[in-house]
Design a protein around this ligand. Structure first.
Ligand code: RFL
Ligand code: PHB
Length: 400
């Protein structure tokens, strides 16, 4: 019986999400050999609807790699956000506050473009790579073992990148003695829909309503993306289209404005979690994106954090090849230093905008809601507070 197929590459990237695909492009453009191993199919990858807001730093990185033509054609430049509470909507003007904008462009479109460009360049991507195992990263012969349609494969490499998301295997391959994880789950989830209807707003609306949070985002001039706070154990089957629109009308409603409805083409419920691993490095294994940290989506930071990580990691890998290993040695600390600021911002936005229905004591529940309104009044009225929110929402620098 013959053993596993033996192959070699430079960088083995586990996961073809935004982190893995973008890192692949950074390496491809520098002529570094790599292979991306993705557990699912191409179709599954292209079917996932997720994040929607790109920070300027993300857009700039994609532009520097020549990966922004579709983004420039279809991305929508947004000049701020609306914060809504007690039936009133307040605009935060980002160019006026911090001289920056954000771009609304779906993760689904981004992944499709990154993948198409890899395919055009003939990149080495394996779909349906099964039972990926990280091997030997603390020794002299790192590698990855997996199964594809040829059977077992032993892929030797210089470095393994865990870009395999929160549920991936790479983070779990670290011995527990080498890593602590910090996590909190929130007592609510987001029900998200895509609807074929022109957005009823120019900029995104984040609304605190007594019944719960609601949000109006978009994907194009013809497609709206909307979210509702629901209980974490809620079943999507209990949410008919009519019930969804009803709740959105109630929570997003303000005098003199109408939310246009249209056919719902996708609906799903996402739990909300904050999670950070204490290290993103273990020997020759480096974690990037959701594999190392997760935020609740209220600050629009998940995708942007994944790109921030690979901007740093990509440069560090190229520097190491050119003889300077310091960037790689510093990668985990640098990425986590930025990430903790992103974590606190995402947690702050989340707790300011969601109703804590789980609070058993009615008086404490009322106290909490009213202090959230107080906080929103402060944020919308104080220039310093508006600037602080805008600075963080538009994106902290990738490198300090
Ligand atoms: P991804 O996108 O999760 O990609 C990881 C890839 O790794 C693959 N994989 C494996 N491959 C090989 N072997 C294994 N053992 C593997 N295990 C997993 C997976 O199939 C996948 O293709 O991580 P990445 O690249 O770090 O990108 C991060 C972003 O995707 C993520 O931060 C955001 O999408 C988070 N997020 C949202 N962020 C926002 O800012 N706004 C949103 O509205 C928003 N909605 C969401 C989201 C994340 C969701 N997840 C993870 C369930 C909605 C959902 C449903
Ligand atoms: C989205 O458009 O999907 C979106 C936008 C902003 C967020 C979260 C999700 O904070």
């Amino acid at each position: 019986m013959s053993g596993p197929v033996q192959e070699t590459t430079g960088v083995a990237i586990v996961g073809a999400g935004p982190a893995g695909l973008t890192l692949g492009h950074i390496l491809a453009q520098a002529g570094v050999p790599f292979r991306i191993l993705e557990a699912t199919t191409r179709e599954h990858l292209l079917g996932r609807v997720r994040a929607g807001v790109l920070e300027q730093g993300t857009v700039d990185l994609l532009a520097s790699l020549g990966l922004d033509d579709d983004l420039r054609r279809r991305g929508l430049t947004h000049h701020g956000i609306y914060l809504q509470y007690e039936g009133e909507r307040h605009h935060l003007d980002f160019p006026e506050l911090v001289g920056r904008t954000v771009t609304v462009y779906g993760q689904q479109a981004l992944v499709a473009h990154l993948l198409a460009e890899h395919e055009r360049a003939g990149s080495d991507i394996v779909f349906e790579a099964a039972d990926v195992q990280v091997r030997g990263v603390t020794g002299s012969s790192p590698g990855v073992r997996y199964r594809d349609d040829r059977g077992e494969v032993e892929l030797a490499c210089d470095v393994v990148i865990g870009a395999d998301g929160y549920h991936g295997v790479c983070r779990r391959s670290l011995p527990p003695s080498e890593q602590v994880t910090w996590e909190r789950t929130y007592p609510y989830a987001w029900l998200g829909i895509l609807a074929e209807v022109e957005p009823s707003t120019d900029d995104l609306v984040y609304a605190l309503h007594r019944e719960g949070f609601a949000m109006h985002s978009m994907r194009s001039r013809q497609v709206s993306r909307l979210y509702l706070q629901v209980a974490p154990d809620e079943s999507i089957d209990d949410w008919s289209d009519a019930r969804i629109w009803d709740a959105l009308q109630t929570r997003l409603g303000v005098d003199g404005w109408t939310l246009a409805e249209g056919p719902i083409t996708e609906k799903s419920i996402t739990p909300m979690r904050s999670f950070v691993a204490s290290t993103l490095a273990h020997g020759r294994l480096f974690l990037a994106g959701d594999a190392g940290h997760i935020v609740p989506p209220t600050g629009a930071k998940g995708l942007n954090s994944a790109i921030a990580d690979v901007a740093l990691l990509g440069q560090a890998l190229l520097d190491e090849r050119a003889g300077d290993p310091t960037g790689l040695a510093r990668y985990s600390d640098q990425a986590l230093s930025r990430q903790w600021k992103v974590q606190q911002f995402s947690q702050w936005m989340t707790e300011m905008l969601h109703v804590h229905h789980d609070e058993p004591d009615a008086s404490a529940r009322g106290f909490r809601y009213r202090s959230q309104v107080g906080q929103l009044e402060y944020v919308t009225r104080s220039l310093a507070a508006r600037q602080s929110l805008a600075e963080q929402y538009a994106g902290l620098p990738f490198r300090e």
